[in-house]
Design a protein around this ligand. Structure first.
Ligand SMILES: NC(=O)c1ccc[n+]([C@@H]2O[C@H](COP(=O)([O-])OP(=O)(O)OC[C@H]3O[C@@H](n4cnc5c(N)ncnc54)[C@H](O)[C@@H]3O)[C@@H](O)[C@H]2O)c1
Length: 267
């Protein structure tokens, strides 16, 4: 017999993703998941839909922590969450470019770690395909508005090229190990594809700035002896944080539904 228990959820990060997730949880839109508290490094004020508590207090109150704050939080807090026996759902998958951290997250317990598919589709299928053998060629192209891709390490020449572009400009190409480190808020998808195919170095990533990219586009192509795969998405950016696609909080809510055991869920 299936037993239904309510998951007590703590959310780290009340930003573009966190606000939508928290509001939906507070309205009890995910059966089996209840928002218990919020953790953020700025004061959240009266409008917050649950009490703001310290990280340590959240571990005491919750059995599931949702990270929607940034890669640094996964690095600094991930293992502590799992070691306390609390499950962890990670949005900032870009942190997984650190092999050592990934290994520790996958082996630390008794809490379990989960990763949301975030802005991308098809990761479940790529993960299934791995069982048939390695993929020879995996490519991801991410296209975004130039302003969302500007980084402190960029030189004047590149910044000028991006700011004056009238068409697509390639701003970086490299592996899924190299690229998310250079674009920490924009390329979680690269690390997510690598997680699905099981190899950071096998995923070739291109980051393209395009002044016409009113939708953020991610295109994944993969092929192996057993088949070939192509997924392409185009999302409206979040109005508050254009580096994040509007769909991402809903992907997090969908992941939460699966963890909470929602019936009828496509897994
Ligand atoms: N997997 C995906 O497809 C995907 C897509 C978009 C974003 N993301 C990840 O999700 C993260 C959150 O995205 P967002 O758009 O909501 O960002 P955001 O900047 O709008 O909000 C982040 C929130 O986290 C808080 N925060 C930052 N550092 C913190 C810390 N150390 N402790 C507690 N709170 C902290 C901030 O105050 C803010 O309220 C991004 O940093 C990115 O890594 C993943």
């Amino acid at each position: 017999m299936t037993t239904v228990t309510t998951r007590h959820v703590g959310l780290i990060g009340w930003g573009a993703i966190g606000r939508v997730v928290a509001a939906a949880l507070a309205r009890r839109q995910v059966p089996g998941a209840e928002l218990v508290c919020l953790v953020d490094n700025r004061p959240l004020g009266e409008a917050a839909p649950a009490p703001q508590v310290s990280f340590e207090e959240a571990l005491e109150r919750c059995d599931l922590i949702v990270e929607a704050a940034g890669q640094g939080v996964v690095r600094a807090r991930g293992e502590r969450v799992l070691a306390s026996g609390t499950d962890l759902l990670v949005a900032s998958t870009g942190a997984l470019t650190d092999d050592g951290l990934t290994k520790r997250l996958l082996t630390t317990g008794p809490g379990r770690v989960y990763f949301t598919g975030g802005a991308l589709g098809g990761l479940d299928l790529l993960q299934a395909v791995r069982s048939l053998g390695p993929l020879d060629d995996v490519r991801l192209t991410t296209t975004k508005l130039p302003a969302t891709l500007e980084q402190p390490w960029m030189d004047d020449e590149l910044l000028t090229r991006m700011r004056t572009a009238t068409g697509p400009v390639e701003v970086m190409s490299g592996t899924a190990r190299e690229v998310p480190v250079k674009f920490p808020r924009s390329t979680n998808v690269a690390a997510s594809v690598a997680l699905a195919v099981g190899d950071l170095d096998a995923v070739r990533v291109r980051v393209v700035a395009d002044p016409a990219a009113h939708h953020t586009r991610h295109s994944v192509e993969a092929r192996g002896a057993h088949g070939s795969y192509r997924f392409e998405v185009a999302h409206l950016p979040d109005p508050g944080n254009p580096a994040t696609s509007q769909v991402v909080p809903y992907a997090v809510l969908r992941s939460l539904g699966a963890i909470a055991g929602r019936t009828g869920q496509i897994l």
